[in-house]
Design a protein around this ligand. Structure first.
Ligand code: GUN
Ligand code: ZN
Length: 428
């Protein structure tokens, strides 16, 4: 069993706990204790049920801080960079989510896929249609998941069939917040797609929604692609930078999560740190769309909250292990090093912290919601062979993040209950 207590970049000692023979004690869906099995076993009540995962690695569920459930069907779409990719693939597939039956079917597939990959919490874009949010939350609630999602706000520079209006998006978002935010484990995110597809009035109303509903999130995209950055400068000629547009409307704050954050300058990074806004690092997407290289060291040097995102459908995998593999390579291209400890922190407690959810999820501290993953470090012949040559925990974690994928996820538990098991065929 392995989990973090703090950011391994902040200090050398005491940032994680690893128990070779560990025991996770659960009661009513939350963690009661986590530690060495021999030490904890005598304290268990005689009626306790014990599940034996000997030889496997138990870690907290992965937290995906940026993903589009409605883009599941366009993952791996060929040939374009961001703005053309949106025009050619994205808007036409998102159009279909006006149909609640279709939205429901995709939401079910998407959530099953998250669990197959060991992801237990995500910050999720729906589409412009309020029905797409209700379909997603209904499916997430039925599975008992902690999920954050919101209706895309988009009132210009997009096809009419996925366009809303500033006032309509405000009213729809408000109704969805009233209906879903805080229901069971669900939370709402106000979701202006990105600055180019919103009028100033719509961004202003997004800010108003945040002011009127404390605790609600904000998710959007920021400085992903050079053409996009130039377009924002044209559309908002008064702005100092792309981030400044969002800042002007009160959207740079705690619980605001911006995907990509590649083409930023020092004042932008300082502002994100100072406000408590978070970045979602989406390496597979940034490489797939040729967007650029996220600067992990600059974010760390400024003390900005950073989480990891798959960004499916521009991202190319639901697996946070595959995403860490690409994150490592992106850091390498920038001359930086993403250590295996920093990587697994990023995928678990670091992402939870970026979402201000580290008091509920992200590690096995007593009282945390018991969402966890059982990893098989010998899931493939190559992994098994490489692990035999890996001495330290860090070496094993590194081999896991470079070579691992959904095949390594043996089981996923939600609030203590088994929600996915690799070796059990789904017979529904
Ligand atoms: N910027 C605006 N919309 C999108 C989107 O759907 N995906 C990505 N990667 N970037 C965006
Ligand atoms: Zn995105």
């Amino acid at each position: 069993m392995f989990h973090f207590l703090a950011d391994p970049a902040e200090r050398a000692e005491g940032t994680y706990e690893y128990f070779d023979d560990g025991l996770l004690v659960l009661a009513d869906g939350v963690v009661a204790a986590a530690g060495d099995a021999r030490a904890l076993l005598p304290s268990l009540p005689t009626a306790a049920t014990i599940v034996d995962y000997t030889g496997k690695l138990i870690v907290p569920g992965f937290v995906d801080t940026h993903v589009h459930y409605a883009q599941t069907d366009i993952i791996a779409a060929y040939g374009e960079q961001l703005l053309e990719w949106l025009e050619r693939y994205t808007f036409s597939t998102e159009r279909r989510f006006g149909d609640p039956a279709y939205a429901r079917e995709v939401a079910e597939f998407f959530l099953a896929e998250l669990l197959r990959n060991g992801t237990t919490t995500a910050l999720v874009f729906a589409t412009v249609h309020p029905e797409s949010v209700s379909a997603f939350f209904t499916a997430a609630q039925a599975r008992g998941l902690r999920m954050i999602a919101g209706k895309v706000m988009m009132d210009r520079n997009c096809p009419e069939f996925v366009r809303d209006t500033a006032h309509g998006s405000y009213e729809d978002s408000q109704a969805l917040i009233d209906k879903w935010h805080g229901q069971d484990r669900l939370l709402y995110a106000v979701t202006p797609r990105f600055a180019p597809t919103s009028t100033e009035r719509q961004l202003e109303l997004a800010g108003r929604l945040l002011d009127e509903h404390p605790g609600v999130y904000l998710q959007s995209h920021l400085a992903e692609n050079r053409g996009e950055v130039a377009w924002v400068a044209e559309l908002y000629p008064w702005s100092r930078s792309y981030l400044d547009v969002y800042d002007h409307f009160g959207l740079v704050r705690e619980r605001a999560v911006y995907a990509h954050c590649i083409h930023l300058d020092t004042p932008d990074r300082a502002r994100m740190a100072e406000t408590g806004a978070a970045m979602s690092f989406c390496p597979t997407s940034n490489l797939f769309l040729g967007s650029g290289l996220f600067d992990t060291d600059a974010a760390r040097a400024h003390g900005i909250r950073v989480g990891l995102g798959t960004d499916v459908g521009a991202g190319t995998s639901f697996s946070m292990l595959r995403t860490l593999d690409e994150a490592y390579k992106v850091a390498q291209m920038g001359g930086h090093r993403l250590s295996p400890l920093s990587a697994f922190y990023l995928a678990t407690l670091g992402s939870a912290r970026s979402l201000y959810l580290d008091d509920r999820i992200g590690n096995f501290a007593p009282g945390k919601e018991a969402d966890f993953v059982v990893l098989d470090l010998a899931a493939t012949p190559l992994l098994e062979r490489r692990m035999a040559h890996a001495g330290s925990l860090s070496e094993r974690l590194f081999a896991l993040m470079i070579l691992g994928d959904d095949r390594c996820v043996l089981a996923t538990h939600i609030m203590g209950k088994l929600a996915y098991a690799r070796d059990v065929r789904d017979t529904r």
